[in-house]
Design a protein around this ligand. Structure first.
Ligand code: PMP
Length: 362
């Protein structure tokens, strides 16, 4: 028997949230933004020179990189862009976690981290969140090969205070520390401004700190696939070296144009964030009244458990009513639902359904 299959790199892939084909569903399962992208994005796409599609795109994606750099007040050589933050993060794993020592991340976190570690054969150790789902700083003090965690964490939505993040970074100056801020724009602060809790505020002090963000949530562009990292010039140079050794043209021309336009529309960005934060506050109140428990969310989703009814049952009942939320059948979190914040109307439909359903249970 030929044994070519023994020579195949076998992976257990990440399972993305469902993208159902049915119409008329309330889709609260993948933390998409319920509002359309900025009108400036549509205009940029309408007026984009079609001849640009015939040519290869700018491998440095300068128009997008420069727009991000300007928005965040850094030089362009401190910005790296990729096809969604998944692409940026995968590139980071490949580039920065090469020591052979185990990298560290929480046991309950974005479930792509262990997949990339397995794919790239990077040893890793997970560190348990405490009973309140908090990351425990001292777990990240021993020698390691690098550190990554989201802030706010996913799927808990809990924001770790900036002093605690700085504590981890400052004790780990010999490795790269990556803070995955996919949801940071929804954290407290003036809408659309860099939240005080963002690790972007630490970058000038730590050459080994990399902050990764995405256009998929706060900028309503999940379908366009744009993510970015900001860090020291050295980190960005290493990331670009790996990228150019893998695929020079990661960003397509359409994404470059759309992304640059999205960053420039600050007013629309702030307006959408304001609406989502207000809906989050209303929804938290309504769910609390229905007997749900959860930690204060600083993201565009809630991670909730009910005092009487099992999450698995609620997930199935909601699904039947065409309301799709996310359920993770995993230890410690298998009695929780992760619910994306949609529009007020969508959240009203969700809470009305739950109210009715729960009243039938008692
Ligand atoms: N990080 C976290 C914590 C996420 O939840 C997600 C969304 N699944 C991502 C990164 C990746 O998002 P994207 O590739 O759309 O930028």
């Amino acid at each position: 028997m030929p044994n070519w299959e023994n020579n195949v790199r076998k992976v257990v892939p990440y399972t993305p949230g469902e993208q159902p084909k049915i119409k008329d569903i309330i889709k609260l399962n993948t933390n998409e933004n319920p509002y359309p992208p900025s009108p400036m994005v549509c205009e940029a796409l309408d007026t984009m020179d079609r001849d640009l599609l015939r040519r290869y795109p700018d491998p440095a994606a300068s128009m997008l990189v420069d727009a991000i750099a300007e928005h965040y007040g850094v030089t362009s050589d401190r910005v790296f862009v990729g096809v969604g933050s998944d692409d940026v993060l995968a590139m980071c794993f490949l580039t920065f976690f090469a020591s052979g020592r185990p990298i560290l991340f929480p046991d309950i976190t974005y479930s792509f981290y262990d997949v990339w570690a397995e794919l790239f054969r990077i040893p890793y150790e997970t560190k348990s969140l405490d009973e309140n789902f908090r990351i425990v700083n001292r777990d990240y003090y021993p020698e390691n090969g690098g550190i990554i965690f989201p802030n706010p964490n996913a799927p808990t939505g809990i924001l770790k205070p900036l002093e605690e993040i700085e504590d981890i970074v400052s004790r780990n100056r010999d490795v790269v520390v990556i803070v995955d801020e996919a949801y940071i724009d929804f954290a407290d602060g003036r809408d659309g401004e860099i939240p005080a809790g963002s690790a972007l505020n630490l970058l000038d002090r730590y050459e080994n700190l990399l902050v990764v963000q995405t256009f998929s949530k706060s900028r309503s562009l999940a379908g366009m696939r744009i993510g970015f990292a900001i860090g020291s010039q050295k980190l960005i140079r290493y990331l670009n070296d790996a990228k150019y050794s893998f695929n020079s043209y990661t960003m397509n021309q359409t994404a470059i144009c759309a992304g640059a336009a999205a960053v420039r529309d600050q007013a629309y960005f702030a307006e959408c964030l304001g609406k989502i934060k207000a809906t989050r506050a209303r929804t938290q109140k309504a769910l609390r009244e229905l007997g749900f428990r959860f930690h204060e969310s600083q993201s565009n989703f809630l991670f909730v458990t009910h005092e009487k009814v099992q999450a698995r049952e609620l997930f199935a009942a909601l699904r039947k009513a065409n309301i799709i939320v996310r359920y993770f059948d995993k230890p410690r979190i298998d009695n929780y639902l992760r619910i994306t914040i949609g529009t007020d109307e969508q959240m009203d439909a969700l809470t009305a359904f739950l109210k009715e359903y729960l009243s039938r249970q008692s």
